[in-house]
Design a protein around this ligand. Structure first.
Ligand code: ZN
Length: 184
């Protein structure tokens, strides 16, 4: 899994052994993943701020600085950052928060139910892109809890508007807040 791979690499790179008990993390990973899938951020219209509000609460509770940037108040983006010592340029991990629309009549289950069935979590966005969003979120939480001393900042970006116009999302962040996401 992506989080495991990153932390393994991070652990090696930063000279600390990875100490993540993945079995013990499963419940929390599944909780965040399901909660994110359950937020209807179908684009259009997006309403990605609902996702950002969820993420902000989690980061705040964890003591990870997170800032919200919005061109359209309903379609906010979020940037969180774990500081390193600055000897290397930051790394940026990113995922988008919107999902494509659903034709409900074609779904055998509620597309925003995150129902567990046949060994899978069912729902719109489960493989695009809320899986990456949940992985990146967990990566930040576990990295913070590990207390690892980092050579570089790790920047988390959750961006709106990937499945349609990118104007309120990545375009807005690049054009008006590039300093927040500037990375190697
Ligand atoms: Zn996508």
């Amino acid at each position: 899994m992506k989080v495991a791979a990153f932390l393994l690499i991070a652990g090696l790179a930063f000279g600390q052994k990875p100490a993540v008990d993945w079995k013990a993390q499963e419940a929390e990973i599944l909780r965040h993943y399901s909660a994110l899938v359950q937020i209807d951020s179908s684009n259009p219209p997006g309403n990605e701020t609902l996702v950002v509000n969820y993420l902000k609460k989690v980061f705040d509770a964890e003591g990870i600085p997170a800032q919200v940037f919005a061109l359209d108040p309903a379609r906010a983006n979020l940037v969180a950052r774990i500081k390193g010592n600055g000897s290397k340029r930051p790394i940026l991990i990113m995922a988008h928060t919107d999902v494509v629309g659903v034709q409900r009549e074609k779904w055998p289950v509620d597309p925003f139910g995150a129902i567990r069935k046949d060994g899978y979590v069912w729902g719109r966005g489960t493989v695009d892109d809320k899986d990456k969003l949940a992985s990146n979120l967990m990566l930040m939480l576990l990295l913070k809890r590990s207390g690892a001393r980092l050579d570089r900042d790790v920047i988390f970006l959750a961006e709106s508007g990937e499945e349609g116009t990118t104007a309120p999302g990545i375009e807005f962040m690049v054009n008006q807040h590039f300093d927040q996401i500037d990375a190697e």
